[in-house]
Design a protein around this ligand. Structure first.
Ligand code: NAP
Ligand code: HSE
Length: 441
């Protein structure tokens, strides 16, 4: 057996703790698969006072310099999160010829091109399976398997926290705040959970997916992004009545523009037909549905967050890069990956069927004014339901006078739908901001 492959762990929280656990549990087997033992060299943290299982206390440090300047370290595993100082640490490691494994999609979304360049220049590996889809091998699928094909579209449930919250709201009518707290306790949520519920984590992941699927360098602030805060149990109920589930999606597809192909990238909650594979992906599960030219359709499903599902992907990467180092062929993982800026489709021009929900006072003429405002913006109604009245409240938070009107439209652009809702929400009988969700066929 070759000499040990020494790795430093930057971060030892939910994911880092899982990585330490797997390496401690399966070290002998992993050594056989790599052809060399894995040796934990350092564990960088913020707080020396916390108890860490599976990690010798003598290796735990807050001294980043000591970790990064150690020439005996072969691989840096970054599971601390955030853009800085993680980004600088990883650039430095790659420039020193060390291989890097990271789960940090927030960092990759903004710095992948420079990290890839550093990896290529210094013949080091940059592996990031855990950055999207938790335990799902989506990075390998796009980077390695589909190297022989062209991806034309993808739709993913890529945030476990959002999917967990929507599922429990639907099944138990549980409150948003209560379920978010549970997701945090289970280790699903980001250190700053607004990254999850406001859609930014999914946008970060979509940037990573766009890089691998379409060779596109896209900044997260260019991706139209909506979260799930506006979704209520009543929407999940109405969607089911119309034959749909509501899922938080990251969508990427190639479309035709006047001047050539454009990339349509979006993150938002959407209604998905109940018979579609994504509709039954519940709880913390993630799924990515791909449409590729030769391979056709495929769907990858698995646990999208949590300590061990994520650590499984991190350790798989660690094994890959350790094997490459032992064989003296580091740097092949992302070598030749062509990435460039690509023109994006104007988001608000894209057409869709829409689910609209409005809260109004029960007054004569209300429906006529709503239909009029929609008609003025060329949005036509396909079906409509009204709830409340006759002593029944549409939801616990509504009073006896409030009616909830829900409709599905015919195909219309987002620009037209938003214009109509601006007019509708200014009408005196409207009690709360209206909600518009796309239907993804
Ligand atoms: P976490 O539980 O908050 O752990 C973060 C770890 O990094 C902690 O050990 C923390 O030290 C350490 N750390 C943070 N900033 C540091 C700094 N400036 N210097 C030194 N140490 C620092 O986070 P996590 O859930 O494990 O997530 C880690 C990364 O994995 C993030 O990029 C996240 O997006 C990604 N990820 C997470 C999941 C998941 O399910 N949780 C799934 C996929 C990807 P202390 O322990 O001393 O506070
Ligand atoms: N907070 C993320 C999620 C972790 O809920 O999906 C996995 O990337």
């Amino acid at each position: 057996m070759s000499k040990p492959i020494r790795f430093a762990l930057l971060g030892c929280g939910t994911v880092g703790g899982g990585v330490a656990e797997l390496v401690a549990r399966d070290g002998t087997y992993l050594a056989r698969r790599i052809g060399a033992p894995l040796e934990l060299a350092h564990v960088l943290v913020r707080d020396l006072g916390k108890v860490r299982r599976d990690v010798p206390a003598s290796l735990v440090t807050t001294d980043a310099e000591r970790v990064l300047s150690d020439p005996s370290v072969d691989v840096v595993v970054e599971v601390m999160g955030g853009e800085e100082p993680a980004g600088s640490y990883l650039e430095r490691a790659l420039r020193a010829g060390k291989s890097v494994v990271t789960a940090n999609k927030a960092l990759l979304a903004v710095r992948a091109p420079s990290l890839l360049a550093a990896a290529n220049e210094h013949h080091a590996d940059l592996a990031f399976e855990a950055s999207v889809g938790g335990a799902i091998p989506i990075v390998r699928a796009l980077r390695d398997h589909l190297v022989s094909d062209w991806v034309r579209s993808l739709r993913g449930i890529v945030n476990g926290t959002c999917n967990y919250i929507l599922t429990r709201m639907r099944d138990e009518g549980a409150s948003f705040t209560e379920v978010l707290r549970a997701a945090q306790e289970l280790g699903y949520a980001e250190a700053e959970p607004s990254l999850d519920v406001d859609g930014h984590d999914a946008a970060h992941k979509l940037c990573v997916l766009a890089l691998l699927a379409f060779g596109a360098v896209v900044r997260p602030d260019e991706v139209p992004t909506e979260g799930i805060r506006a979704i209520e149990p009543i929407d999940l109920r109405f969607a089911a009545r119309f034959g749909y589930a509501i899922k938080h999606l990251a969508v990427g597809r190639e479309t035709r523009g006047e001047g050539g192909p454009l990339l349509d990238l979006r993150v938002h909650p959407a209604l998905v037909p109940a018979r579609a594979p994504l509709a039954s992906v519940d709880g913390v599960l993630n799924a990515i549905a791909l449409e590729a030219e030769g391979a056709g359709a495929q769907v990858l499903v698995g646990r999208g967050a949590g300590a061990l599902p994520t650590a499984v992907s991190v350790v798989a990467d660690l094994v890959d890069v350790a094997r490459a180092r032992r064989a003296g062929v580091s740097g092949l993982l992302t070598e030749g990956l062509d990435v460039a800026r690509r023109p994006l489709a104007p988001a608000r021009a894209q057409e869709a069927i829409w689910y609209l929900r409005m809260r109004v006072l029960d007054r004569p003429g209300v429906l006529a004014q709503i239909a009029g405002a929609l008609g003025q913006s060329s949005v036509s109604i396909e079906q409509m339901v009204q709830e409340g009245g006759s002593g029944r409240r549409a939801s616990d938070s509504d009073d006896d006078e409030t009616r909830v009107i829900v409709m599905l439209t015919h195909s219309a652009s987002e620009r037209d739908v938003r214009a109509a809702l601006t007019v509708i929400d200014a009408l005196a009988f409207v009690r709360a901001p209206s909600l518009a969700l796309r239907v993804e066929q």
